[in-house]
Structure formats: C-alpha cells, structure tokens
Design a protein around this ligand. Structure first.
Ligand code: NAG
Length: 115
C-alpha cells in the first residue's frame, strides 16, 4: 500500500513529461513575407493528430500566371499537403511536426533560403 502511494505521483509526473514532449508549438501569421511576419503573429499548440501548417498563397496575374504573394502560418488538424487552384488563387499547403515553429521553414519560405 505504501509503495503504491509513492509510485502514483511518480507515474503522474512521467505522463506529464511525455505529453509535454508531444505537444509542439507552431508559429501563426496571417501575412508572412520576406522572412518575417507582417500581420497577426502568434503561436498555437499543435493538437494530437495535427501539425504545423504552412500555406503559400499565389495570385493569378494574367500573362505571368500565378505569382507568389504571401504565406500564412497556423496549426491544422488534420493537416494534409496539397496544392489547390481556384480562379485567381493557388494555395500550396505543407505540414510538419519535426520541431517547434517548423512551419516557418517550409514551403516558399524554405525554398527562398535553400537557394
Ligand atoms: C497579397 O499581399 C499583400 C501584401 O504584399 C496583401 O496586402 C494582400 O492582401 C495579399 N493579397 C491577397 C489576395 O491575399
């Protein structure tokens, strides 16, 4: 009985550490451009089964086709990589879970620094 009383809080502490390790922080931004957030900067906690999302927004510019405009960062559950085109808008989605704030190194932003 005495041993259990000692073990129980210990177990609770382990569970807490485990779940804290699982929870990632993502960057949020409504308007990410030129390596920094111009509007709506913040952070969100990734939900279980979710991920940090990077959304590159392209606008249709006539003859030039789709040109990159800005990037949106947020948390998403579920998170699915995709590229969708609407009439004047193209959205590319990238998901990541590898590290805190990983979504600020994805998509168009990452390409820019990779080259
Ligand atoms: C495109 O980017 C500009 C800032 O450079 C922003 O003000 C504008 O809202 C963006 N356009 C769209 C459709 O999101």
């Amino acid at each position: 009985m005495g041993k259990f009383m000692l073990l129980l809080p210990l177990l609770g502490a382990f569970t807490l550490v485990f779940f804290q390790a699982q929870a990632r922080i993502c960057m949020t931004c409504n308007m990410f451009m030129n390596g920094r957030c111009g509007e709506g900067e913040g952070r969100c906690t990734m939900e279980e089964g979710g991920a940090c999302l990077t959304m590159d927004i392209y606008l249709f510019r006539g003859r030039d086709g789709f040109l990159y405009n800005h990037t949106v960062l947020e948390c998403s559950k579920p998170c699915q990589a995709s590229t969708e085109s609407y009439f004047h808008l193209k959205i590319s989605r990238f998901c990541c879970q590898s590290q805190d704030f990983c979504n600020r190194y994805k998509g168009k932003i990452a390409n820019k620094y990779a080259n």
